[in-house]
Design a protein around this ligand. Structure first.
Ligand code: SF4
Length: 702
């Protein structure tokens, strides 16, 4: 064997498939007859060298034969290969025409949380300076917006975890709410296993039994969509049992009395009826969390992707504040981010209401700071736009006529997916930047080929708020260009070269540092030199000699008065969720499987990952299945008020009898988002992915 091995090339990189950002090495072996690749874990402070199956096989999509190598223009319904010059001048011509006829806001920008910080920053600048449109948002709106808004409103700042992950292992009580870490971020599961070995009491909140709930001492198997009520129930018992931290509340928070009055008006019986969780279990969870000296609460999409997701998270944060379990060792909050740069991509201006460093686009001082860095007149900066789904509604209404889409697949990932496809089909001009011809890219007028994680250089910010540098380990494939190069190229074609004359990701990062300086997410003290070959730095990091911030809120919160804000929950009918009825008798909830990432555009191209889950499925309790005449492993039609899909049934006692579960990584007739209601959270505009009402029909007879 050795005789035939000519050389081995090893390069360091990090996994692109979730927010843990596991460090790893790609090992390329070239022999006389063939080239092979394998991936091995690399030690780092977050995942400690561990990899899950997605990381182990991440390189497969990067080398896939379907990777886009050249720009494509659609002519007579077919994509034709063209030069970059031709593609760029075609794009500039069409954008100028649309904006000439219908104004700057007729163009829109839809970004991604899988791109680097530099690219996310540049997308915000591109929309506001090159296109001068207010319409920019990104796919993180569907992912992180509830936790982000809750953190900003309660603490005055939003960072995924308030503490470095290492503190989890020493926490005495941990609430895992709507998060399936064992499936979605498997390499951080050992922190929770270690906590359990150290004697921690773990409480899981989920309508399904999962590999994560299996490690819990107490599993609260609630009805989908009732997390906000359950959190209130837990806090009600904590207050009644006087397990609160009076001193912390008095010195560090506002709003407690109003919350207490609100809790007094609720009865545990009412909460039991609403959530389906017995009162004794709510009580047990509350006493366990309240009595321990340290405790952490972690939420994810199960809590957040609801029409009251922002409030649900705030209710969980109320528990932390009332018990004084924040800003101390092994006490704090964590939103377990899904997308690979779910944290960094939401900090620097890709959101409709935001400028870099978490600055507000409606704040005059903030606008002036960023305008100065960009060299533009603050008066000329567009104002706040609308969220991702609302932009799509404006496409349907004909108000938005053009879209620049970067590394995102909105016709699969948005709720009411058939409507979304119809809306995007109405666009006069669509540019898609992607690795593959995604379902959305098929609708495009121009597709531009981008580079994979192996070819990119740039910083990423993991779920802890740790900024790391991912250096390129391979040259770009074919004629593919980096996202940041593409953004600069289009800006140049539009005549805005002076604002986008960057030659490297590092140059962009240095401008980002200035733009974020003094903001909540302050990156000023972080440089490429400080990151190269190092463990990463947790923001905020305001000066070049600042070590970064592992634990937030030790002395004060980020609101101007230094206090956290507790909120009582209004009973807002606008956030009411679809409920099962005679026609649609079951809850539908959605989620992930370990082998796939987002809409599966990349992971469905990996043979090793696709083999594990090559098709979607519907998890259903056997008793429910029998009631509806659905056999195991057979095709079933699921129908909601918005459409229908056909998937294979999977009997499982792990799920509630009133609920079915379908993962969201597939397209067309297997795309569960065709069924999902498109109502939005009024605070953060997150769609309510986790709760819809459906009927099921066996496509066979029992
Ligand atoms: Fe690590 Fe997440 Fe990649 Fe798995 S998917 S290897 S947990 S970064």
């Amino acid at each position: 064997k050795q005789k035939h091995t000519q050389k081995e090339k090893v390069s360091n990189t990090q996994c692109p498939f979730c927010s843990v950002q596991c460090r790893m090495q790609l090992v390329e072996q070239t022999s006389v007859t063939r080239k092979t690749y394998r991936t091995v874990g690399l030690d780092n402070p977050t995942s400690k060298g561990r990899l899950c199956i997605k990381g182990l096989h991440a390189h497969q999509h990067a080398f896939h034969k379907d990777r886009l190598m050249h720009p494509l223009i659609k002519q007579d319904g077919e994509f034709v290969q063209v030069s970059w010059e031709e593609a760029l001048s075609h794009i500039a011509l069409n954008i100028k025409q649309i904006q000439h006829e219908d104004g700057y806001d007729a163009m829109s920008v839809y970004g991604s949380a899988s791109i680097t910080n530099e690219e996310a920053y540049l997308m915000g600048k591109f929309a506001r300076v090159a296109l001068q449109t207010k319409y920019i948002d990104y796919n993180g709106r569907l992912c992180m917006s509830a936790a982000a808004s809750a953190g900003a409103l309660t603490f005055g700042m939003d960072r995924g975890l308030t503490n470095a992950l290492e503190e989890v292992s020493y926490s005495e009580c941990i609430i895992l709410a709507g998060t399936n870490i064992a499936e979605c971020q498997p390499t951080i599961m050992p922190y929770f296993e270690q906590a359990k070995e150290n004697g921690a009491f773990i409480i899981a909140i989920d309508p399904r039994e999962t590999a994560t709930t299996n490690i819990a001492d107490l599993h609260l198997k609630l009805k989908p969509g009732t997390d906000a009520a359950l959190a209130n129930g837990i806090l009600k018992v904590i207050v009644e049992e006087n397990l609160i931290d009076h001193e912390f509340i008095q010195n560090r928070a506002t709003g407690f009395e109003k919350v207490k009055q609100h809790l007094n008006r609720l009865s545990l019986e009412e909460i039991e009826n609403k959530t389906g969780v017995p009162q004794n279990e709510i009580r047990r969870a509350a006493v366990a969390f309240g009595e321990k000296a340290t405790g952490m609460i972690l939420t994810a999409r199960g809590v957040e992707q609801q029409t009251d997701g922002s409030i649900a998270v705030r209710n969980f944060l109320n528990i932390l504040i009332a018990t004084g379990k924040i800003g101390k060792p092994s006490c704090g909050y964590g939103a377990i981010t899904g997308q690979s740069n779910g944290q960094g991509a939401r900090e620097h201006g890709q959101k409709a209401d935001q400028l870099p460093g978490y600055r507000s686009i409606e704040n005059e001082e903030h606008r002036a700071h960023v305008a100065k860095v960009w060299g533009v007149d603050p008066e000329e900066l567009p104002r706040k736009g609308v969220s991702a789904f609302e932009m799509i509604q404006k496409m349907d209404q004909g108000e938005i006529k053009g879209l620049f889409l970067l590394c995102s697949n909105p016709i699969v990932s948005n709720p009411n997916a058939r409507f979304v496809k119809k809306a995007l089909s109405k666009l006069k001009f669509l540019v898609a930047v992607d690795l593959f011809v995604s379902e959305t890219a098929k609708l495009a007028d121009v597709i531009l080929p981008t580079t994979s994680y192996l070819e990119d250089e740039g910083t990423m910010t993991n779920l802890e708020g740790r900024v790391t540098l991912r250096e390129a380990s391979r040259p770009a494939l074919g004629e593919a260009r980096h996202d940041w190069q593409i953004i600069c190229d289009v800006a140049r074609a539009l005549g805005k070269e002076q604002y986008f004359s960057f030659h490297s990701a590092e140059e962009i990062f240095n401008e980002l540092r200035e733009a974020s300086k003094g903001g909540t997410a302050d990156y000023y003290g972080i440089t490429y030199d400080r990151l190269r070959g190092k463990e990463g730095i947790l923001w905020p990091c305001p000066t070049l000699d600042h070590p970064g911030t592992k634990r937030l809120f030790e002395q004060s919160f980020a609101h101007p008065d230094g206090r956290a804000v507790m909120t009582d929950v209004p009973n807002d009918p606008a956030i009411a969720k679809e409920q099962p009825c005679a026609r649609y008798p079951l809850y539908l909830t959605t989620g992930r499987v370990m082998s796939h990432y987002l809409t599966g555009v990349q992971t469905r191209k990996s043979s090793s990952l696709a083999a594990r889950n090559f098709e979607s499925f519907m998890e259903i309790h056997p008793d429910t299945a029998v009631k509806f005449g659905v056999q195991d492993e057979t095709l079933v039609k699921i129908k909601s008020r918005r459409g229908s899909i056909i998937v294979r049934s999977k009997w499982s006692k792990a799920i509630r009898m009133d609920t079915v579960f379908v993962p969201f990584h597939w397209n067309e007739l297997q795309n569960v988002n065709r069924l999902v209601e498109d109502k939005l959270d009024p605070t953060c505009r997150m769609p309510g992915f986790k709760v819809s009402a459906v009927q099921i029909e066996a496509l066979h007879t029992m």
